[in-house]
Design a protein around this ligand. Structure first.
Ligand SMILES: [Zn+2]
Ligand SMILES: [Zn+2]
Length: 175
């Protein structure tokens, strides 16, 4: 969904309530996707070429555990308060820009349009945990046979004895 900056009436703004079709928007990464229907609520205001977007996205995101590849699903409810400005060089020269360079919630728009699907993708990525695990204690898959070590002990693990212990074992068993 793309909005045109010129469509946003100054002082009046724009309110958007959007229910995405099943599974949309497509996420940028291949290892996660949206399940079900996401709800986007936005309040958009414009002051000259500065566009403020406040709102929330509610979604259900599916991904796989990084260690054991179990399918996981978590709810995402992300609130945001963003400022969009034209890229440097495209702004009106007489305009006072009072933007804290440390403000991470500043985005840039090109050609008078803002892609709200991109905004949603970014916000969902921000909401996802860095470590995508089924649990802190996940033991992952055996690198040799692929067994899920959360559910079973495989024979490979038994054979991987530290050579120092193996030597000790021989000492003990010898007379
Ligand atoms: Zn796992
Ligand atoms: Zn194994």
């Amino acid at each position: 969904m793309i909005i045109n900056v010129n469509q946003i009436v100054e002082d009046k703004g724009l309110t958007i309530h959007h229910l995405y079709p099943e599974g949309e928007p497509d996420l940028a990464s291949e290892d996660s996707r949206i399940a079900g229907r996401s709800i986007l609520d936005l309040r958009i205001a414009r002051e000259g070429d500065r566009v403020k977007i406040r709102g929330s996205i509610s979604s259900q995101v599916q991904f796989f555990c990084d260690r054991c590849l179990a399918p996981l699903s978590i709810p995402v409810d992300q609130n945001f308060d963003l400022l969009y400005i034209p890229p440097i060089g495209a702004r009106a020269p007489d305009e006072e820009m009072e933007i804290d360079p440390d403000d991470l919630s500043v985005g840039f728009y090109q050609g008078q349009t803002i892609d709200l699907d991109d905004l949603v993708r970014e916000q969902i990525e921000l909401a996802l945990p860095m470590a995508r695990l089924c649990g802190e204690e996940c033991r992952g898959l055996c690198p040799d046979c692929g067994a899920n070590l959360n559910h079973e002990e495989c024979a490979c693990a038994v054979e991987q004895i530290d050579p120092r212990w193996a030597a000790l074992k021989e000492l003990k068993s010898g007379n």
